[in-house]
Design a protein around this ligand. Structure first.
Ligand code: CU
Length: 120
């Protein structure tokens, strides 16, 4: 009787333990995407918080003309073309506040076009 019970209970526990893993991973994957919209001469949101050591995919779009997004400290450099999504995955390795700026000339406000990444 005892043998029969453990033969049933142990595999059931193993199945339960493993079946819960993919769900947790899927939630994490969903949380690791951040959308950023570029428009003369700003980014929305203008501040994004990231976790150190955790990969994040930035989904970049433009509402008008071509823009860029560059941050040397985050190893980030992207061209954002209107009408399409640019996906860039970065993994911040250092905590701190980093400024990313537009590196594609887009008009009179180009040199002030920037946003902040806060890595904690
Ligand atoms: Cu620009």
């Amino acid at each position: 009787m005892n043998k029969f019970r453990s033969a049933f209970v142990v595999p059931a526990l193993v199945v339960m333990a493993f079946s819960s893993l993919p769900r947790v991973q899927a939630q994490d994957a969903a949380a690791q995407e951040v959308r950023i919209v570029a428009k003369k001469f700003q980014y929305t949101p203008s501040e994004v918080h990231l976790k150190k050591g955790q990969a994040v995919t930035l989904i970049l779009t433009s509402e008008d003309t071509a823009h860029g997004l560059k941050c040397k400290d985050l190893n980030l450099e992207a061209l954002i073309s209107p009408g399409q999504e640019t996906k860039v995955t970065i993994t911040p390795e250092t905590a701190g506040t980093f400024t990313a700026y537009c590196n594609k000339f887009c008009g009179s406000g180009h040199f002030g076009m920037k946003m902040k990444f806060v890595v904690e």
